[in-house]
Design a protein around this ligand. Structure first.
Ligand code: ADP
Length: 655
């Protein structure tokens, strides 16, 4: 081989080596390029992660903690705009100076110790107002490739909202527990099928009587006595079905001061559900109502007794509301009408009343409802056979503590037999008085004839036989008899609606004067005074008006044993009316009886019958007569001082 050839071979070898070297470098370069690309991708991905993270992230460089990078969420919490890179953290957020943040950063920066904090409160200045935030923080030292610390990385979570919700939850739970414990109601929360007592307030513990330490135990273990009272079944139903069970005045035996006692409770057992709707226990809310329950039982008992009593009575008893609408009828009503309770309530009571009396009954009821006076009427009511039976119906209001009427109670008593007896008596009296009237009137005629035929001056005979005084006495007695008979006849006329007025025109004043003259003639030693404030002609029944005046005056004289003075007055009470009053100074009438005396046969019981003779008819007749004249009678009286009876009538009678 030549030297040249050797050189070429040598050069070729070198070239090959260089070429290999070049190939290796090219490959290396390519791998560097690739890893560079991969690194870029990684950085890109990493940055993307950091930017898109909801965590708050920042890198702070050097001892002045210059913000090298801060993501959007942390910038928003800082609230100092988005252009903060390159500035010191403490220049951007001077409020951090006083909050110990630098110490945490220094710990990471100078000592290389990462620092983690949970629920760290930090206040940020938001336009001059310090707003408190809570963060979970990590401060981590950041290294360069020489493993030297060049800054601090911060990752934080804003947990302000969660913290606030937690606080609110705690507060509401606290309030809820406070409420349970301070409540007067009996409250317990029981968990699981075993009814483990989780919460029991003081009120329920006191009723249980098993001391304060019951939480954590099963209800049935604490209160074995309720097991036999059906309670486990109730709890099980609520626990298994989720149904709410409500019980009122439920009787339960429980321990009180070491003794088993019966108490009454209002209960509500309700299923407790977790957030997914699963039943996890039962809540108990109860109130002890023993006193009220005992009272209610007492009320129910007395109501039952009262009903029994009312049903047992032969009288027909009913209750009406304040408007007079019936709300209750007793058994006697049902038996009499042959109707059911509901039928009676659904009908108007007026339907049971005799058609002729319906208007009268309705008016009377209306009057009593509006004046709040007692009702007292006689009325015919239809029985189950369709016959109308006479009843005495009375009603009186029932009032509450304030005196307001709450209802009316009425009783109707059968008086059919009484009415029939009365009718028979009336018929008999009518017959008797009619039959007696003729003979007695003729007796009176003969007496007057005898008196007239006796000479006035007959002293000799008078001494031996005092015929004239005797005849005078007989005449007075006969007159009384005639008055009685005509009153009796009037009475039966009224009963049979036959009392008719004979209306004529006359001068009332002269009529009164004439009557007084007659009365003076037969009552010699009395003092009858007349005051005429008004004088007029009237259209009225002259005899009947006279009858009323005579009745007033004879009563005034009769009921004044210690006085013989009677004052009459004629006056005009209102335009178109005239009034006559008769005033005495006798025994008077008490207030209660002033309304009663106008009833038929009513006589005041204190007056001894033998002291004041009479039948209790006169005022009844007078009242009827005046009413038929469309007038009114009034009485003013004071016991022991005297009475004044007044009637007023229209000057012109109108039918
Ligand atoms: P009598 O025939 O009983 O007098 P009346 O109907 O005239 O009947 O009167 C009814 C009752 O009223 C009398 O029984 C009496 O108790 C009472 N009375 C009537 N007028 C007077 C009076 N002027 N003073 C006191 N009581 C009277």
């Amino acid at each position: 081989m030549t030297e040249e050839n050797l050189k070429v071979t040598e050069l070729e070898k070198k070239l090959k080596k260089k070429e290999d070297e070049l190939e290796r470098l090219r490959k290396e370069n390519e791998s560097i390029k690739r890893s560079n690309l991969e690194l870029k991708e990684e950085i890109f991905q990493f940055k993307g992660l950091v930017y898109s993270s909801t965590s708050l992230i920042t890198f702070l460089k050097g001892p002045d903690y210059i913000i090298e990078f801060a993501n959007k969420p942390i910038k928003e919490v800082w609230g100092k705009g988005y252009d903060v890179e390159g500035k010191s953290l403490f220049d951007v957020l001077p409020e951090l100076h006083s909050q110990g943040i630098k110490e945490y950063l220094d710990q990471a920066f100078y000592k290389g110790e990462p620092f983690h904090a949970r629920s760290l409160p930090i206040e940020h200045d938001k336009n001059g107002e310090m707003v408190r935030y809570f963060f979970d923080f990590s401060y981590m030292p950041q290294y360069n490739y020489n493993r030297e610390i060049i800054g601090v990385g911060v990752i934080a979570q804003d947990i302000t909202n969660r913290k606030r919700a937690e606080t609110e939850l705690k507060e509401s739970e606290h309030r809820y527990r406070e409420m349970i414990h301070s409540s007067n109601s009996l409250i317990a929360i029981l968990r699981g099928p075993e009814m483990i007592i989780e919460i029991a307030n003081d009120a329920i513990k006191e009723v249980w009587g098993k001391g304060a330490n019951v939480e954590g135990k099963s209800l049935f273990e604490v209160l074995p006595e309720i097991v036999d009272q059906g309670m486990p079944e109730i709890f099980r139903t609520v626990y298994e079905t989720g149904e709410t069970v409500v019980a009122q005045e439920s009787p339960i035996m429980h321990l009180k001061n070491g003794e088993m006692v019966l108490g009454y409770f209002d209960f509500m057992y309700q299923a407790l559900k977790d957030s997914s709707g699963e039943i996890e226990g039962v809540s108990v809310i109860a109130n002890e109502v023993t006193n009220q329950a005992l009272l209610n039982r007492q009320i129910k008992k007395s109501e039952r007794e009262f009903r029994e009593l009312v049903n047992f009575m032969p009288h027909k008893i009913s209750l009406t509301d304040t408007e007079g609408v019936p709300v209750y009828y007793n058994q006697s009503w049902l038996d009499f009408t042959g109707k059911s309770f509901d039928e009676l309530l659904s009908e108007s009571y007026l339907d049971m009343v005799h058609p002729d009396e319906r208007e009268f009954v309705e008016n009377e009821v209306e009057r009593c409802l509006s004046t709040e006076e007692n009702l007292d009427i006689e009325v015919q009511i239809r029985n189950k056979d369709g016959n109308y039976i006479w009843h005495l119906a009375k009603a009186t209001p029932i009032r509450d503590e304030e005196g307001n009427i709450t209802s009316w109670i009425s009783s109707s008593t059968e008086i059919q037999k009484l009415k029939e007896d009365e009718k028979r008596q009336e018929d008999f009296l009518k017959l008797v008085s009619h039959e007696l009237k003729t003979p007695i009137t003729s007796i009176k005629g003969y007496i007057q004839l005898l008196l007239a035929s006796l000479p006035d001056d007959n002293r000799d005979t008078e001494k031996r036989l005092p015929i004239k005084p005797y005849l005078n006495r007989v005449e007075t007695q006969v007159e009384r008899l005639i008055r009685l008979l005509s009153e009796m006849l009037d009475l039966s006329k009224i009963e049979q609606n036959e009392l008719e007025l004979k209306i004529e025109k006359f001068n009332l004043n002269s009529h009164v004067r004439e009557i007084l003259e007659d009365l003076k003639y037969s009552n010699r030693n009395v003092q009858l005074e007349l005051e005429e404030d008004f004088s007029c002609e009237v259209h009225a029944d002259k005899d009947r008006i006279g009858q009323v005046i005579i009745n007033f005056v004879t009563n005034a004289l009769k009921y004044s044993p210690d006085s013989n003075r009677v004052q009459l007055k004629i006056f005009e009470p209102e335009k178109g009316h005239v009034a006559v009053s008769v005033k005495d100074f006798g025994i008077g009438i008490n207030e209660k009886e002033q309304n009663q005396i106008f009833k038929r046969f009513y006589r005041i019981s204190g007056n001894k019958d033998d002291t004041y003779e009479g039948f209790g008819i006169g005022l009844y007749l007078s009242n009827e007569i005046i009413e038929r004249h469309n007038g009114k009678i009034f009485v003013k009286s004071e016991l022991g001082k005297g009475s004044e009876f007044t009637f007023t009538i229209p000057q012109n009678h109108q039918k």
